[in-house]
Design a protein around this ligand. Structure first.
Ligand code: A2P
Length: 339
C-alpha cells in the first residue's frame, strides 16, 4: 500500500485554511490522519474531509507530535512561533505566511517555476506571496526564452487576501453604501466598497521610499524564485472590491525580442497556464471566471513599442488557490514524490 501522511493544517478555519482542506481532498493527497488547528475560539467547530467529520483543535506547542506535513496559514507571528516547533517534532512545514520567505535557508517555491528548490529545505518551505506566485508563473517561460530585464506591475487584489473578515467587511459595507447607511469599518482604513485602495495595509508597514511591504515582497520574492537578482521589479499594489482572484497589469522588458505569437506559444506550453486572449470575442482573463480555478490566466498580450523589446500582459489567478492553498499542496506533492 502506498504511504499516507499525517497532515496538520494550521489556520484551518481561515480563508486559506479552508481551501487547503478542499484542495487536499480534491487532489486526493495521501492523507493518513488529519489535524485541524486554529485558535481557542474555534475549538469545537467541525469540517468535513472525504466524508468524515473533523473537530478543530486549539494550536498549542504540543500540537505536532506525529505530524509529518504541516501546512501553515494563520499569520506570520503564529508561523514564527510554531513552525520551528513543528520542525522539531519531525514535520516538514509548508508556510503560507511571509515569516520565512526571505530566509536564505528556506526555499521559496512555485512548483511550475523552481520545484528543485524544494529539496534544499531544512524543515520549512515557504509559499510565496499570492501576487508574486501568479506573476512569476507567467514570467518564467518568457524569462527562459528572452531574459527579463525589468518588470513594472500594478495589482488589482481581491479582499479575500486579507482573510474572511475582510470579505465580510466588503459585503456588509457594500450593502450599507447601497442603502445609504453608515458602516463601522474594522479591517480596511478606508471604504473598500465601490473603491480602490492603493495600499495593502494587512501586509505590514511602509518601507523605504514609501513602498509598502506587499510591493517589496513582489520585488524581492521574484528575484529569489527566479534565481536572478538582476531582474528589476517595481510594483504598485492595490486592493479592489473583488472577493476572489487577483488581477495584474504587467509590463516586461526583455533582452531578446519576444513577439506576441511567441509569448502566446511559450505561455500556452507552460503547465497550468491558460492563454485567454481574443479581443474580438471579448475574451480576456477575468477575476470572476478565474475564481475556484487552479490555473493562471494570461491575456491582453501586446508588444510595448515604447521600449526596444517589451510586452504588456494581464495576469489573473485565484489568490486563495494558486496564490495560496493550491501552491502549498503542490509543494507538499513534490516533496512526497521523492520519498
Ligand atoms: P480562528 O478562526 O480560530 O481565529 P483568516 O486569514 O481568514 O483571517 O484566517 C486566519 C486563520 O488563522 C484562522 O484559521 C484563525 O483561527 C487562525 N488564527 C488566528 N490567530 C490564531 C492563534 N492565535 N492561534 C491559532 N490560530 C490562529
Amino acid at each position: 500500500m502506498s504511504k499516507k501522511y499525517s497532515v496538520a493544517v494550521v489556520g484551518a478555519t481561515g480563508a486559506v485554511g479552508r481551501e487547503m482542506l478542499k484542495t487536499l481532498e480534491k487532489r486526493n493527497f495521501p492523507v493518513g490522519s488529519l489535524k485541524l488547528l486554529a485558535s481557542a475560539r474555534s475549538v469545537g467547530k467541525t469540517f468535513m474531509f472525504k466524508g468524515d467529520e473533523y473537530f478543530v483543535e486549539e494550536l498549542t506547542e504540543n500540537s505536532f507530535a506525529g505530524v509529518e506535513i504541516a501546512l501553515f496559514s494563520a499569520g506570520g507571528n503564529i508561523s514564527k512561533k510554531f513552525a520551528p516547533l513543528a520542525v522539531k517534532a519531525g514535520a516538514v512545514v509548508v508556510d503560507n505566511t511571509s515569516a520565512f520567505r526571505m530566509d536564505s535557508e528556506v526555499p521559496l517555491v512555485v512548483p511550475e517555476v523552481n520545484p528543485e528548490d524544494i529539496f534544499n529545505h531544512k524543515g520549512i518551505i515557504a509559499n510565496p506571496n499570492c501576487s508574486t506566485i501568479q506573476m512569476v508563473h507567467a514570467l518564467k517561460p518568457l524569462h527562459n526564452y528572452g531574459r527579463i530585464r525589468r518588470v513594472v506591475v500594478s495589482t488589482y487584489q481581491a479582499v479575500s487576501g486579507a482573510g474572511l473578515k475582510a470579505v465580510e467587511e466588503l459585503l456588509e459595507e457594500s450593502q450599507a453604501v447601497l442603502n445609504n447607511k453608515s458602516y463601522e469599518r474594522k479591517i480596511f482604513p478606508h471604504q473598500i466598497a465601490f473603491n480602490a485602495l492603493p495600499r495593502i495595509p494587512q501586509s505590514g508597514g511602509i518601507e523605504d521610499g514609501g513602498y509598502t511591504n506587499e510591493e517589496l515582497k513582489m520585488v524581492n520574492e521574484t528575484k529569489k524564485i527566479l534565481h536572478d537578482d538582476s531582474i528589476e521589479v517595481t510594483a504598485t499594489c492595490v486592493r479592489i472590491p473583488v472577493v476572489r482572484s487577483h488581477s495584474e497589469s504587467v509590463n516586461v522588458e526583455t533582452e531578446k525580442h519576444i513577439t506576441v505569437d511567441m509569448a502566446r506559444k511559450l505561455l500556452s506550453e507552460t503547465p497550468n497556464i491558460v492563454v485567454v486572449d481574443c479581443l474580438e470575442k471579448e475574451e480576456y482573463p477575468l477575476a470572476a471566471t478565474a475564481s475556484d480555478r487552479d490555473e493562471t490566466f494570461v491575456g491582453r498580450i501586446r508588444e510595448d513599442k515604447t521600449v526596444k523589446y517589451g510586452l504588456n500582459l494581464w495576469i489573473v489567478s485565484d489568490n486563495l488557490l494558486k496564490g495560496a492553498a493550491l501552491n502549498s499542496v503542490q509543494i507538499a506533492e513534490v516533496l512526497i514524490s521523492k520519498k
